[in-house]
Design a protein around this ligand. Structure first.
Ligand SMILES: C[S@@+](CC[C@H](N)C(=O)[O-])C[C@H]1O[C@@H](n2cnc3c(N)ncnc32)[C@H](O)[C@@H]1O
Length: 381
Protein backbone atom coordinates (compact mmCIF):
# COMPACT_ATOMS: atom_id res chain seq x y z
CA UNK A 1 0.00 0.00 0.00
CA UNK A 2 1.43 3.40 -1.06
CA UNK A 3 4.81 1.85 -1.98
CA UNK A 4 4.73 2.91 -5.64
CA UNK A 5 3.55 6.37 -4.67
CA UNK A 6 6.44 6.75 -2.17
CA UNK A 7 9.09 5.58 -4.63
CA UNK A 8 7.85 7.46 -7.69
CA UNK A 9 5.95 10.54 -6.55
CA UNK A 10 7.18 11.32 -3.06
CA UNK A 11 10.87 10.61 -3.67
CA UNK A 12 10.73 11.91 -7.23
CA UNK A 13 13.71 11.77 -9.56
CA UNK A 14 14.18 15.50 -8.91
CA UNK A 15 14.60 14.94 -5.18
CA UNK A 16 17.03 12.09 -5.77
CA UNK A 17 19.17 14.15 -8.14
CA UNK A 18 19.27 17.37 -6.14
CA UNK A 19 19.86 15.54 -2.88
CA UNK A 20 23.39 14.78 -4.06
CA UNK A 21 24.07 18.49 -4.58
CA UNK A 22 23.00 19.31 -1.02
CA UNK A 23 25.41 16.68 0.22
CA UNK A 24 28.31 18.27 -1.67
CA UNK A 25 27.17 21.64 -0.35
CA UNK A 26 27.19 20.28 3.20
CA UNK A 27 30.75 18.99 2.79
CA UNK A 28 31.97 22.35 1.51
CA UNK A 29 30.16 24.18 4.34
CA UNK A 30 31.90 21.93 6.87
CA UNK A 31 35.24 22.66 5.24
CA UNK A 32 34.51 26.37 5.53
CA UNK A 33 33.76 25.99 9.24
CA UNK A 34 37.08 24.23 9.79
CA UNK A 35 38.88 26.84 7.75
CA UNK A 36 37.32 29.79 9.55
CA UNK A 37 38.07 28.29 12.99
CA UNK A 38 41.63 27.27 11.92
CA UNK A 39 40.81 23.68 12.92
CA UNK A 40 41.85 22.72 9.41
CA UNK A 41 45.48 23.66 10.18
CA UNK A 42 45.49 21.44 13.27
CA UNK A 43 44.30 18.51 11.20
CA UNK A 44 47.54 18.35 9.26
CA UNK A 45 48.53 16.11 12.19
CA UNK A 46 46.38 13.47 13.86
CA UNK A 47 44.29 15.17 16.55
CA UNK A 48 41.61 13.92 18.92
CA UNK A 49 38.43 15.93 19.45
CA UNK A 50 39.45 16.60 23.05
CA UNK A 51 42.71 18.09 21.80
CA UNK A 52 40.82 20.34 19.36
CA UNK A 53 38.53 21.47 22.17
CA UNK A 54 41.47 22.17 24.46
CA UNK A 55 43.53 24.07 21.86
CA UNK A 56 40.56 26.31 21.02
CA UNK A 57 39.25 26.61 24.55
CA UNK A 58 35.79 25.42 23.43
CA UNK A 59 33.11 24.28 25.92
CA UNK A 60 33.05 20.50 26.41
CA UNK A 61 29.45 20.24 25.22
CA UNK A 62 30.49 20.81 21.59
CA UNK A 63 32.27 17.42 21.55
CA UNK A 64 29.41 15.59 19.78
CA UNK A 65 28.94 18.34 17.20
CA UNK A 66 32.64 18.26 16.28
CA UNK A 67 32.61 14.47 16.21
CA UNK A 68 29.67 14.61 13.79
CA UNK A 69 31.42 16.94 11.34
CA UNK A 70 34.67 14.98 11.53
CA UNK A 71 32.84 11.69 10.96
CA UNK A 72 30.91 13.22 8.06
CA UNK A 73 34.16 14.24 6.37
CA UNK A 74 35.66 10.82 7.10
CA UNK A 75 32.69 9.17 5.39
CA UNK A 76 33.66 10.95 2.18
CA UNK A 77 37.39 10.33 2.70
CA UNK A 78 38.38 13.94 3.42
CA UNK A 79 39.67 12.85 6.84
CA UNK A 80 41.35 9.68 7.96
CA UNK A 81 40.67 8.22 11.32
CA UNK A 82 43.02 6.35 13.65
CA UNK A 83 41.96 4.55 16.79
CA UNK A 84 44.34 3.97 19.68
CA UNK A 85 42.56 2.08 22.48
CA UNK A 86 39.65 4.44 23.33
CA UNK A 87 41.04 7.54 21.64
CA UNK A 88 40.08 8.40 18.08
CA UNK A 89 42.24 10.86 16.15
CA UNK A 90 41.57 12.49 12.80
CA UNK A 91 43.86 13.90 10.12
CA UNK A 92 43.30 15.45 6.67
CA UNK A 93 43.65 13.03 3.78
CA UNK A 94 45.03 14.00 0.36
CA UNK A 95 41.54 14.44 -1.09
CA UNK A 96 40.95 18.02 -2.24
CA UNK A 97 37.74 19.94 -1.63
CA UNK A 98 36.65 21.22 -5.03
CA UNK A 99 33.03 22.23 -4.53
CA UNK A 100 31.80 25.78 -5.00
CA UNK A 101 28.78 26.81 -2.92
CA UNK A 102 27.27 29.26 -5.42
CA UNK A 103 27.61 26.88 -8.34
CA UNK A 104 25.97 24.00 -6.47
CA UNK A 105 23.12 26.19 -5.28
CA UNK A 106 22.47 27.67 -8.73
CA UNK A 107 22.44 24.26 -10.32
CA UNK A 108 19.87 22.96 -7.82
CA UNK A 109 17.64 26.00 -7.80
CA UNK A 110 17.38 26.12 -11.59
CA UNK A 111 15.82 22.70 -11.57
CA UNK A 112 13.82 23.00 -8.29
CA UNK A 113 13.38 26.49 -6.77
CA UNK A 114 12.06 25.06 -3.48
CA UNK A 115 15.37 23.30 -2.87
CA UNK A 116 16.87 26.67 -1.92
CA UNK A 117 15.48 26.37 1.61
CA UNK A 118 17.82 23.48 2.34
CA UNK A 119 20.86 25.35 1.03
CA UNK A 120 19.95 28.50 2.95
CA UNK A 121 19.67 26.56 6.19
CA UNK A 122 23.02 24.81 5.71
CA UNK A 123 24.64 28.16 4.99
CA UNK A 124 22.99 29.85 7.97
CA UNK A 125 24.10 27.15 10.40
CA UNK A 126 27.62 26.84 9.05
CA UNK A 127 28.15 30.62 9.06
CA UNK A 128 27.20 30.61 12.74
CA UNK A 129 29.12 27.47 13.68
CA UNK A 130 32.32 29.24 14.78
CA UNK A 131 30.28 31.18 17.35
CA UNK A 132 28.43 28.03 18.39
CA UNK A 133 31.73 26.22 18.95
CA UNK A 134 32.99 29.07 21.12
CA UNK A 135 29.83 28.83 23.23
CA UNK A 136 28.67 32.28 22.14
CA UNK A 137 25.46 31.07 20.41
CA UNK A 138 23.29 27.97 20.40
CA UNK A 139 20.94 26.62 17.77
CA UNK A 140 17.89 28.38 19.20
CA UNK A 141 19.69 31.75 19.01
CA UNK A 142 20.58 31.01 15.41
CA UNK A 143 17.35 29.68 13.93
CA UNK A 144 14.85 31.79 15.89
CA UNK A 145 16.63 35.15 15.69
CA UNK A 146 14.39 37.72 13.95
CA UNK A 147 17.02 38.07 11.21
CA UNK A 148 16.92 34.36 10.41
CA UNK A 149 13.34 33.33 11.14
CA UNK A 150 12.36 33.53 7.49
CA UNK A 151 15.00 30.94 6.60
CA UNK A 152 13.66 28.68 9.36
CA UNK A 153 10.07 29.16 8.20
CA UNK A 154 11.00 28.28 4.65
CA UNK A 155 13.04 25.30 5.80
CA UNK A 156 10.08 23.69 7.56
CA UNK A 157 7.32 24.82 5.21
CA UNK A 158 8.61 25.28 1.71
CA UNK A 159 11.48 22.91 1.30
CA UNK A 160 11.65 20.23 -1.36
CA UNK A 161 13.33 17.80 1.04
CA UNK A 162 11.53 18.55 4.30
CA UNK A 163 8.09 18.67 2.65
CA UNK A 164 8.38 14.93 2.15
CA UNK A 165 7.69 14.46 5.89
CA UNK A 166 4.53 16.54 5.74
CA UNK A 167 3.25 15.00 2.52
CA UNK A 168 3.84 11.43 3.68
CA UNK A 169 2.31 11.98 7.13
CA UNK A 170 -0.73 13.85 5.77
CA UNK A 171 -1.35 11.19 3.13
CA UNK A 172 -1.50 8.43 5.73
CA UNK A 173 -3.58 10.62 8.06
CA UNK A 174 -6.12 11.25 5.30
CA UNK A 175 -6.28 7.54 4.62
CA UNK A 176 -6.60 6.75 8.35
CA UNK A 177 -9.56 9.08 8.89
CA UNK A 178 -11.81 6.81 6.89
CA UNK A 179 -11.18 4.00 9.38
CA UNK A 180 -12.89 5.98 12.17
CA UNK A 181 -16.44 7.05 12.94
CA UNK A 182 -17.54 10.66 12.49
CA UNK A 183 -16.61 13.03 13.90
CA UNK A 184 -13.06 11.76 13.97
CA UNK A 185 -11.06 13.42 16.77
CA UNK A 186 -7.49 14.19 15.69
CA UNK A 187 -4.68 15.57 17.85
CA UNK A 188 -1.52 16.79 16.16
CA UNK A 189 1.47 16.90 18.50
CA UNK A 190 4.46 19.29 18.13
CA UNK A 191 2.77 20.84 15.10
CA UNK A 192 5.31 23.67 14.86
CA UNK A 193 4.75 26.00 11.96
CA UNK A 194 1.89 23.86 10.70
CA UNK A 195 3.55 22.39 7.61
CA UNK A 196 1.86 19.01 8.21
CA UNK A 197 -1.49 20.61 9.04
CA UNK A 198 -1.56 22.73 5.90
CA UNK A 199 -0.56 19.75 3.80
CA UNK A 200 -3.40 17.72 5.38
CA UNK A 201 -5.88 20.44 4.41
CA UNK A 202 -4.52 20.80 0.88
CA UNK A 203 -4.74 17.07 0.29
CA UNK A 204 -8.38 17.07 1.49
CA UNK A 205 -9.17 20.01 -0.73
CA UNK A 206 -7.85 18.11 -3.72
CA UNK A 207 -10.07 15.12 -3.06
CA UNK A 208 -13.62 14.26 -2.10
CA UNK A 209 -12.45 13.48 1.45
CA UNK A 210 -13.05 17.07 2.45
CA UNK A 211 -16.67 16.35 3.38
CA UNK A 212 -15.86 13.93 6.18
CA UNK A 213 -16.42 15.63 9.56
CA UNK A 214 -13.50 15.79 11.95
CA UNK A 215 -12.36 17.73 14.99
CA UNK A 216 -8.71 18.73 14.81
CA UNK A 217 -6.64 19.84 17.81
CA UNK A 218 -3.43 21.48 16.68
CA UNK A 219 -0.96 21.45 19.58
CA UNK A 220 2.57 22.57 20.32
CA UNK A 221 4.55 23.64 23.37
CA UNK A 222 5.05 27.16 21.93
CA UNK A 223 2.10 29.58 21.91
CA UNK A 224 3.71 31.63 19.15
CA UNK A 225 3.56 28.64 16.81
CA UNK A 226 -0.13 28.06 17.61
CA UNK A 227 -0.91 31.61 16.54
CA UNK A 228 1.05 31.52 13.32
CA UNK A 229 -0.43 28.16 12.28
CA UNK A 230 -3.95 29.40 13.04
CA UNK A 231 -3.40 32.26 10.63
CA UNK A 232 -2.10 29.94 7.91
CA UNK A 233 -4.88 27.39 8.34
CA UNK A 234 -7.53 30.10 8.20
CA UNK A 235 -6.09 31.43 4.98
CA UNK A 236 -6.45 27.97 3.44
CA UNK A 237 -9.78 26.74 4.70
CA UNK A 238 -13.10 28.02 5.98
CA UNK A 239 -13.65 24.82 8.00
CA UNK A 240 -12.69 26.99 11.00
CA UNK A 241 -14.85 25.36 13.62
CA UNK A 242 -13.11 22.03 12.94
CA UNK A 243 -9.80 23.37 14.25
CA UNK A 244 -8.76 24.21 17.78
CA UNK A 245 -5.30 25.41 18.83
CA UNK A 246 -4.10 24.26 22.23
CA UNK A 247 -0.79 24.47 24.02
CA UNK A 248 0.35 20.98 24.92
CA UNK A 249 3.68 19.83 26.37
CA UNK A 250 4.05 16.14 25.62
CA UNK A 251 6.62 15.76 28.39
CA UNK A 252 3.78 16.29 30.89
CA UNK A 253 0.58 14.32 31.57
CA UNK A 254 -1.95 15.11 28.88
CA UNK A 255 -4.80 14.86 31.31
CA UNK A 256 -3.49 17.97 33.12
CA UNK A 257 -3.61 19.95 29.87
CA UNK A 258 -7.26 19.83 28.90
CA UNK A 259 -7.39 16.40 27.21
CA UNK A 260 -9.26 13.31 28.45
CA UNK A 261 -7.87 9.79 28.33
CA UNK A 262 -9.68 7.41 25.91
CA UNK A 263 -11.03 10.32 23.87
CA UNK A 264 -8.92 10.63 20.71
CA UNK A 265 -9.26 8.73 17.42
CA UNK A 266 -5.93 9.68 15.87
CA UNK A 267 -2.77 11.15 17.36
CA UNK A 268 -0.28 12.24 14.76
CA UNK A 269 2.90 14.25 14.52
CA UNK A 270 5.56 15.21 12.03
CA UNK A 271 9.12 15.00 13.28
CA UNK A 272 8.03 15.81 16.81
CA UNK A 273 7.95 12.60 18.89
CA UNK A 274 11.73 12.16 18.73
CA UNK A 275 12.03 15.42 20.69
CA UNK A 276 10.29 13.86 23.74
CA UNK A 277 12.50 13.96 26.77
CA UNK A 278 11.34 10.52 27.92
CA UNK A 279 9.89 8.74 24.91
CA UNK A 280 8.42 5.91 27.02
CA UNK A 281 6.45 8.38 29.13
CA UNK A 282 5.25 10.39 26.11
CA UNK A 283 4.19 7.39 24.02
CA UNK A 284 2.38 6.02 27.07
CA UNK A 285 0.48 9.29 27.39
CA UNK A 286 -0.47 9.14 23.71
CA UNK A 287 -1.61 5.54 24.15
CA UNK A 288 -3.80 6.46 27.13
CA UNK A 289 -5.34 9.40 25.22
CA UNK A 290 -6.53 7.18 22.38
CA UNK A 291 -9.87 5.41 22.31
CA UNK A 292 -9.77 1.64 21.81
CA UNK A 293 -9.18 1.25 18.07
CA UNK A 294 -7.50 4.66 17.94
CA UNK A 295 -4.37 5.11 15.82
CA UNK A 296 -1.01 6.75 16.30
CA UNK A 297 0.70 8.01 13.14
CA UNK A 298 4.24 9.33 13.38
CA UNK A 299 6.00 10.76 10.36
CA UNK A 300 9.65 10.79 11.37
CA UNK A 301 13.07 11.32 9.88
CA UNK A 302 14.77 7.94 10.10
CA UNK A 303 18.30 6.79 9.29
CA UNK A 304 18.31 5.38 5.77
CA UNK A 305 20.57 2.43 5.03
CA UNK A 306 22.66 4.42 2.56
CA UNK A 307 22.86 7.68 4.50
CA UNK A 308 23.25 7.08 8.22
CA UNK A 309 24.54 10.59 8.91
CA UNK A 310 21.49 12.73 8.28
CA UNK A 311 22.15 16.24 7.00
CA UNK A 312 19.62 17.88 9.36
CA UNK A 313 21.96 16.92 12.20
CA UNK A 314 24.34 19.78 11.37
CA UNK A 315 21.52 22.01 12.62
CA UNK A 316 20.14 19.73 15.32
CA UNK A 317 23.53 19.12 16.94
CA UNK A 318 23.52 22.78 18.01
CA UNK A 319 20.24 22.37 19.94
CA UNK A 320 20.54 21.20 23.55
CA UNK A 321 17.15 19.44 23.39
CA UNK A 322 18.40 17.13 20.67
CA UNK A 323 20.82 15.53 23.13
CA UNK A 324 18.85 16.05 26.28
CA UNK A 325 16.72 12.90 26.05
CA UNK A 326 16.47 9.88 28.31
CA UNK A 327 17.94 6.76 26.73
CA UNK A 328 16.11 3.50 27.31
CA UNK A 329 17.64 0.35 25.85
CA UNK A 330 14.27 -1.30 25.19
CA UNK A 331 12.63 1.69 23.61
CA UNK A 332 14.97 4.59 22.83
CA UNK A 333 18.42 3.14 22.23
CA UNK A 334 19.97 6.29 20.68
CA UNK A 335 19.72 10.06 20.84
CA UNK A 336 18.12 12.01 18.04
CA UNK A 337 16.79 10.30 14.95
CA UNK A 338 16.18 6.57 15.24
CA UNK A 339 15.97 3.80 12.67
CA UNK A 340 12.47 2.84 11.56
CA UNK A 341 12.85 -0.55 13.26
CA UNK A 342 13.48 1.30 16.57
CA UNK A 343 10.13 3.08 16.16
CA UNK A 344 8.31 -0.16 15.42
CA UNK A 345 9.84 -1.65 18.55
CA UNK A 346 9.03 1.42 20.67
CA UNK A 347 5.33 1.34 19.77
CA UNK A 348 5.15 -2.42 20.41
CA UNK A 349 6.81 -2.02 23.83
CA UNK A 350 4.11 0.51 24.78
CA UNK A 351 1.39 -1.96 23.83
CA UNK A 352 0.28 -0.77 20.40
CA UNK A 353 -0.98 -3.48 18.05
CA UNK A 354 -0.65 -3.98 14.27
CA UNK A 355 2.45 -1.82 14.36
CA UNK A 356 3.82 -1.18 10.89
CA UNK A 357 5.35 1.41 8.62
CA UNK A 358 3.07 2.64 5.85
CA UNK A 359 4.38 2.24 3.22
CA UNK A 360 6.53 -0.76 4.10
CA UNK A 361 10.07 0.49 4.78
CA UNK A 362 11.65 -2.91 4.31
CA UNK A 363 10.41 -3.00 0.75
CA UNK A 364 11.20 0.67 0.08
CA UNK A 365 14.79 0.43 1.24
CA UNK A 366 15.36 -2.61 -0.97
CA UNK A 367 14.59 -0.30 -3.91
CA UNK A 368 16.16 3.00 -2.81
CA UNK A 369 18.81 3.55 -0.15
CA UNK A 370 17.90 7.09 0.94
CA UNK A 371 14.38 6.60 2.32
CA UNK A 372 14.82 9.14 5.11
CA UNK A 373 11.15 9.44 6.05
CA UNK A 374 9.04 6.71 7.64
CA UNK A 375 5.42 6.83 8.72
CA UNK A 376 4.92 4.50 11.67
CA UNK A 377 1.41 3.49 12.63
CA UNK A 378 0.05 1.54 15.59
CA UNK A 379 -3.40 0.80 16.94
CA UNK A 380 -4.62 0.78 20.54
CA UNK A 381 -6.25 -2.65 20.89
C1 LIG B 1 11.25 19.56 14.47
S1 LIG B 1 9.91 20.52 14.96
C2 LIG B 1 8.63 19.83 13.95
C3 LIG B 1 7.54 20.80 13.74
C4 LIG B 1 6.50 20.43 12.69
N1 LIG B 1 5.75 19.26 13.05
C5 LIG B 1 7.14 20.27 11.35
O1 LIG B 1 7.37 19.16 10.93
O2 LIG B 1 7.45 21.30 10.75
C6 LIG B 1 9.49 19.91 16.57
C7 LIG B 1 8.33 20.64 17.20
O3 LIG B 1 8.11 20.07 18.49
C8 LIG B 1 7.78 21.13 19.38
N2 LIG B 1 8.09 20.66 20.75
C9 LIG B 1 9.31 20.59 21.33
N3 LIG B 1 9.20 20.11 22.58
C10 LIG B 1 7.88 19.87 22.77
C11 LIG B 1 7.13 19.37 23.88
N4 LIG B 1 7.72 19.04 25.02
N5 LIG B 1 5.81 19.25 23.74
C12 LIG B 1 5.20 19.59 22.58
N6 LIG B 1 5.85 20.08 21.50
C13 LIG B 1 7.18 20.21 21.61
C14 LIG B 1 8.60 22.30 18.93
O4 LIG B 1 8.05 23.53 19.38
C15 LIG B 1 8.56 22.13 17.41
O5 LIG B 1 7.47 22.82 16.86
Amino acid sequence: MFEDWYLNDLFSSKIREIWKLTDYYLLKCIFNILDETKILNHLNEFKSIDEIIQINNYPKKVFSAIKWIFDRLTLDDYLIKERNSDIIKYKLSDKKMVYDLDKLENLAVQSAPSSIAAFNMLKLISDNYPKYLKGEKNGVDIIFSPDNIQITNEYYKNNLFYNVHNIAGAKILNWEIDNHNDPCVIVEIGGGLGGGTCEFIKQRQKSAQQLKPFKYYFTDIANKLLRSTKKDVESLSDERSNFEYKKMDFNKPIIDQGFEYNSVDIIWGVNAAHVANDLRFTLNEFYKSLKTGGAIILSETVRPVGNLMIQQELLLNTLDDYWNVKLDKDLRPVHGFMEWENWINALKVIGFENVQTIPDMKYLQSKYDNCYVAVIRGIKG
